[in-house]
Design a protein around this ligand. Structure first.
Ligand SMILES: Cc1cc2nc3c(=O)[nH]c(=O)nc-3n(C[C@H](O)[C@H](O)[C@H](O)COP(=O)(O)O)c2cc1C
Length: 185
């Protein structure tokens, strides 16, 4: 029997009512029915990355995080920019994946959303560098900046801006195509 196709999403914001988490929720509408889509909300539980702990048996939360990504066919990240960079909680989570390599060649899409007009471009650029170091594969249409985010979504995770909606549909479609192409190879 074919393994269930899975996409995991991670928000770089762990606050209640996060606009980035809402964007990830809004994507559920566009995900094909044969793909299981889950927002992983455990990154706030991960300890600070420490190579000493990494060399010993890592804590259960780290094992769970790695297993979740290992079992997924693709990853979608949506994050704010904090202090012109990637929020520490997200960067910390990615550091736990350096030695275990769950993102190696994995299809990935990256969205950065901010109330500012820059869309969080510095965090976006930095995140792409980190994903490059991890050898993840950023898919076609898989890199999206959402400036002035508060004018483009309703609170209940519904996208109201048509061009952003089309960009999100293209991003999801690209991720789904990449999963399907790999499974038919
Ligand atoms: C500590 C802190 C630093 C921030 N730094 C930036 C920044 O460098 N660039 C930016 O565009 N927005 C910055 N912001 C604003 C965030 O983009 C804004 O709070 C956003 O709504 C957070 O995303 P969320 O709604 O998903 O939590 C910062 C916010 C905080 C709390």
């Amino acid at each position: 029997m074919m393994k269930q196709k899975k996409i995991v999403a991670i928000s770089g914001s762990i606050r209640e009512g996060s606009s980035n988490t809402n964007i990830l929720k809004s994507l559920a509408t566009f995900i094909p029915e044969d793909i299981d889509y889950t927002i992983y909300n455990g990154i706030k539980e991960l300890p600070h990355f420490n190579p000493d702990i990494d060399r010993m048996k890592p804590p259960a939360v780290v094992e769970d995080f790695r297993k979740t990504l290992d079992e997924s066919h693709a990853l979608i990240i949506c994050t704010p920019e904090y202090a012109k960079g990637v929020p520490g909680v997200l960067k910390n989570a990615l550091e736990w994946l350096v030695s275990s390599a769950e993102l190696y060649k994995k299809p990935v899409a990256v969205i950065t959303a901010s109330p500012s007009t820059s869309g969080g471009d510095k965090a976006h650029e930095s995140l792409l560098l980190t994903l490059g170091m991890l050898d993840a594969t950023v898919v076609k249409n898989g890199s999206l900046l959402v400036p002035s985010v508060r004018t483009k979504f309703k609170d209940d995770a519904t996208v109201t801006d048509e061009s952003i909606k089309q960009a999100l549909i293209a991003l999801v479609s690209s991720i789904a195509n990449e999963i399907n192409n790999r499974l038919t190879l």
